[in-house]
Every structure is written in structure tokens, then in C-alpha cells.
Unconditional design. Structure first.
Length: 198
């Protein structure tokens, strides 16, 4: 039940003060794309590169969050919205703290991504991790497409559930055109620009 006796307790430190302690601005690279498009692979490598540069960075991964915070949620549209709502709230806290967040969530509907954008605010960028459905199905590193085709996974994005391609993402990582390393370099460059303190 929603509590009525709560109010917002402000602190004595501004967001900019937190940013200057870390020497960077908070940024959320919200990575959307089909299963097997490359979100997690690119996020893992990007995290390593940024950590190597001394950046404060954290990876939020849809599958990982479903083991903990979101372990009570399934894949109905309602649960998927709730999954993204919680993920976006967590992401917003990290960005407010000054972290660079690599958020890999299929987030198949445009309305889910705009909810995340609204919650996170400044620092949010939509990154479309692009690969054709056929390519993703061929890659199928976790055998999920195979299971979905066999009817073992209901509501599987790209097979039995829709994916709305982003209309104007801040960045497109075309994983069929660029290697993993190239995608990482493009993403790192963008993040470094956005997280730089003026
Ligand atoms: P997702 O997190 O989007 O479900 P994964 O990162 O788990 O996808 O899987 C993507 C698969 O595609 C991996 O097996 C990866 O090695 C392969 N792959 C091939 N080319 C690329 C690329 N350019 N960028 C990212 N992944 C790629």
C-alpha cells in the first residue's frame, strides 16, 4: 500500500558537486535492441574500457536485474513495463550520483523507452543496438530463439512479441556493419563527450 506520510528530504550537496568529486557527469547509455543484437557484449567491453580510463561506470543488465530486484516479474506487457520502470528508477539514481550507466534492456516498445528517458532526464541517451531479426536468430548465443520457435518461451521479442525500432536514437550501433571493437569505440567516444565536465 502506498504510504501517505512521506515527503522529500533534500540534502546539502548538489548534483554538480557530486559530479565534480567524480570528475564526470552522470550519463545513461540506454541500450535497446533485439535479443542477441549485442547489447550485453558491447556493454561488458565498454565497461572495461571506461574503467581502464578511470571512469566511474556501472552496468545494469536486464537479465541480471531479473535475478534480484525484478525476480518477481515475467514477460507479459504489464510486467515488462514494471521491469523497465524499476530499471529506469535505479538508473536515474546512478546518474544522479554521477555514474556512467550502461543499461542493456530490450525495452521493446517506444513508450517504455520514453518512460525511461523521462525518469532519467539529463544524461539519458537512447542507443539502438542494431541487427536484423534474422541475424539475431542465427547468432542465438543462449539458444533462446530456438526455444521460442519451439513454443517454449511465450512473448519472445521478435518472434511472438513486437519490437518497435527506435525512430530517432541518439546513437545507432550497427552490429552487422561494425565489429564489437568498433561498436565499443563509437560508444566510448559518445560517452566521453557527454560525461565531460565543461
Ligand atoms: P543481447 O545482450 O543483445 O541479448 P548478446 O550480447 O548476449 O546480445 O549477444 C550478442 C551476440 O552477437 C554475441 O554472441 C556476440 O559475440 C555476437 N556479435 C557479433 N557481432 C557483434 C557486434 N558487432 N557487436 C556485438 N555483438 C556481436
Amino acid at each position: 500500500m502506498r504510504s501517505e506520510n512521506i515527503s522529500f528530504h533534500g540534502g546539502k550537496v548538489s548534483r554538480n558537486e557530486r559530479f565534480s568529486v567524480l570528475g564526470q557527469k552522470g550519463v545513461a547509455a540506454w541500450m535497446t535492441g533485439l535479443s542477441a543484437s549485442g547489447k550485453s557484449t558491447i556493454a561488458v567491453e565498454t565497461e572495461k574500457v571506461l574503467i581502464g580510463m578511470g571512469k566511474a561506470v556501472y552496468r545494469l543488465d536486464g537479465d541480471n536485474l531479473r535475478h534480484g530486484l525484478n525476480s518477481d516479474l515475467g514477460f507479459s506487457e504489464k510486467d515488462r513495463f514494471e521491469n523497465i520502470r524499476r530499471a529506469a528508477e535505479v538508473c536515474a539514481l546512478f546518474v544522479d550520483a554521477g555514474f556512467i550507466v550502461l543499461a542493456s534492456f530490450i525495452s521493446p516498445l517506444a513508450s517504455m523507452r520514453s518512460m525511461a528517458k523521462e525518469k532519467i532526464g539529463d544524461g539519458f541517451i537512447e542507443v539502438y543496438v542494431k541487427a536484423d531479426p534474422e541475424t539475431c536468430e542465427k547468432r542465438d548465443p543462449k539458444g533462446l530463439y530456438k526455444k521460442a520457435r519451439a513454443g517454449e518461451i511465450p512473448n519472445f521479442t521478435g518472434v511472438t512479441a513486437p519490437y518497435e525500432v527506435p525512430r530517432s536514437p541518439a546513437l545507432v550501433l550497427d552490429t552487422e556493419e561494425h565489429s564489437i571493437d568498433e561498436c565499443v569505440r563509437i560508444l566510448v567516444d559518445k560517452i566521453l563527450q557527454l560525461s565531460a565536465l565543461k
